[in-house]
Design a protein around this ligand. Sequence first.
Ligand SMILES: Nc1ncnc2c1ncn2[C@@H]1O[C@H](COP(=O)(O)OP(=O)(O)OP(=O)(O)O)[C@@H](O)[C@H]1O
Length: 325
Amino acid sequence: MIRIEGLTKSYGNALALRGVSFQVPRGQVVGFLGPNGAGKSTTMKILSGFVTPTSGTAHINGIDVVEDSVVSRRLIGYLPENNPLYEEMMVLDYLEFAADVRGVPRIRRKERIRSAVERCGLGSVLGKDIQQLSKGYRQRVGIAQAILHEPDLLILDEPTSGLDPNQIVEIRNLIRDLGREKTVLLSTHILSEVQSTCSRVLIISDGRVVADDSPEQLSTAQGGTVTVVLASRSGAALEPGQVRTVLEAVPGVTRVEPGEAEGSGTLGFRLRYGQEDIRRALFEASVRHDLCLLEVKRQHVSLEETFRKLTGGEAANPETAPRAA
Ligand SMILES: Nc1ncnc2c1ncn2[C@@H]1O[C@H](COP(=O)(O)OP(=O)(O)OP(=O)(O)O)[C@@H](O)[C@H]1O
């Protein structure tokens, strides 16, 4: 559905995209994550035909978005960042106007608007001016205008930004519902949103894609910690330094830190690991060294930690951030 190859974009001397490539097959709901200024909106604007790339190509369903932007735009429903709407218009008038702009044939217009209104839950506000609406309802109007022409691909730039928690849940449910029949690319800063809505995550930092995987795999690939509580099998006193040496030698363990014990005669440690699951090797080492594992608890790195690691932490701004790996 989407094929992007070697996309670059410079605004004057500033390079917003430094060679972005990815593909999205039909039917996926993809979360596009990245710190401020990473290049998410620029990528989405290029796909939607509002910005021309400096180099590289982008295709929607095989249609070049630069060469054939009139055709490619028909395949896309786009909700821009900040959702610009005509505030003084009534919701119904605005949707009629949007259907006209989108080239929805007159004969189909009524039915398409009815369907978008129903899907986005706008029935009760059709007669209101847009300026009277809450931010949540405005986002629904923005999504309704994006689906009027029944596009196969939805590009949603921060659809839940500025919403309260209830509104966020409602818009998320709407996106999940739309994702059952459409391909969706949505950008967000909210990591939990990606976990609850998306089957795939693309992380972009400083104009480059730095990760592309399912939310679960992304966390797993970054490793995590295993907390253990150990006792001696024979009843002999445990010597912390010796036990630590045993644990450090377990294949896959990258660091051993002190952890919580469970009472006298026990020792607790926190073991950091990379990609490998260390639990089997840990069990075997314990048996070999006459140790009894009273507790083993594994925790993957959270998506939030993964994001910070891949994007250079809080200072992840193209002007100031260290270049991501
Ligand atoms: N019209 C423009 N003129 C000059 N620079 C721009 C323009 N639009 C974007 N940029 C710059 O390009 C870079 C990427 O911006 P972009 O808006 O694509 O990032 P983003 O990931 O969407 O950020 P945010 O999460 O803050 O919306 C930033 O450094 C930004 O300042």
